[in-house]
Write a protein that binds this ligand. Structure first.
Ligand SMILES: [Zn+2]
Length: 304
């Protein structure tokens, strides 16, 4: 690595460490501004078991987005009550226009809209104290997970040979900024998968999966209560939760479910074809990996 690049890398690493030390000192003296970043998805919300509930013009979607907004509200209120000064919510599902934001506390800022530069983690930086992942779903191809997919149900991904879902990628992206995932909610299968990489993160099961389109669901009010309780607890133990970590270069494997879609990925420079349905990519960091995954999913989902 040339000296100039090494110096930039070193300085970048140093500034993150210095920022962390400074935050800890300020926190000790009661001066820190606690900021929480909530990434919200709809598939893992209480009562959602079918893709008919995740978009479109039907009453099913309207009911689902109401519960989605109630669960986001519960987390935001609890975070503010427990001492957070700022809460950002990323409306991460579909076109990013699902949240009924007038139901949220006035202090909350909402990131809305689709095709953003870095969907899922826009504006997430080292100044945040913790990330909440709300309404997560299992990875593509998960037997027994509710509406399982990883950006697309036509693609599955591995990082360093381990299967990854959206929650793994988002946790690693936050980890690159030294921000821990302090709370996660979703169906029982998704939480079982997430616990591998996030062993110390408190979790709230919103429903018990009994198939890709079926679950044993708790009362929506009960889920909101659990989210409030666990959010308060998460803020109390925030310093004991370690950020997820990975060091680059990051090895990614991509598999398409249908050979017809393979040719679309062949258009992407830097992807190495392994066989008819598999590709490899080496990314500098998780930011590069996440951008590629999101790009591949957009390509295979595009209608021509
Ligand atoms: Zn979604």
């Amino acid at each position: 690595m040339p000296f100039k690049m090494l110096a930039v890398f070193y300085l970048h690493g140093m500034h993150v460490i210095l920022l962390q030390v400074l935050r800890k000192l300020l926190k000790f003296y009661g001066q820190v501004n606690m900021k929480i970043y909530v990434i919200a998805d709809i598939e893992g919300v209480s009562g959602v078991v079918s893709s008919a509930q995740t978009g479109g013009d039907s009453w099913l979607y309207e009911a689902a987005r109401l519960q989605y907004s109630r669960e986001v509200k519960a987390v935001c209120e609890a975070a503010l009550h427990a001492g957070a000064e700022e809460v950002y919510v990323n409306d991460f599902h579909g076109n990013g226009l699902n949240l009924l934001s007038d139901a949220l506390p006035r202090e909350v800022m909402v990131i809305r809209g689709g095709f953003r530069p870095s969907s899922g983690y826009d504006l997430l930086d080292e100044t945040f104290s913790g990330v909440v992942m709300l309404g997560v779903h299992a990875r593509t191809g998960t037997y027994g997970g509710v509406i399982p997919h990883t950006y697309s149900s036509k693609l599955s991904f591995e990082i360093f040979g381990q299967p990854v879902g959206e929650f793994d990628v988002l946790a690693l992206l936050a980890g690159e900024k030294k921000v821990p995932v302090i709370l996660i909610s979703g169906d029982s299968k998704a939480l079982e998968q997430a616990s591998t990489n996030l062993p110390s993160t408190p979790g709230v099961i919103t429903k018990y999966s009994i198939g890709t389109e079926g679950a044993l669901c708790m009362h929506p009010d009960r889920v909101c209560e659990l989210l409030r309780d666990e959010m308060r607890r998460a803020i109390k133990i925030i310093d004991s939760i370690e950020p997820a970590q990975i060091s680059g270069p990051v090895q990614l494997k991509i598999r398409v479910c249908d050979v017809l879609l393979s040719s679309r990925l062949e258009w992407i420079p830097g992807l190495k074809k392994i066989d008819d349905v598999s590709f490899e990519f080496a990314g500098k960091n998780m930011r590069e990996i996440a951008a590629l995954m999101y790009g591949c999913a957009t390509m295979v989902e595009a209608k021509f």
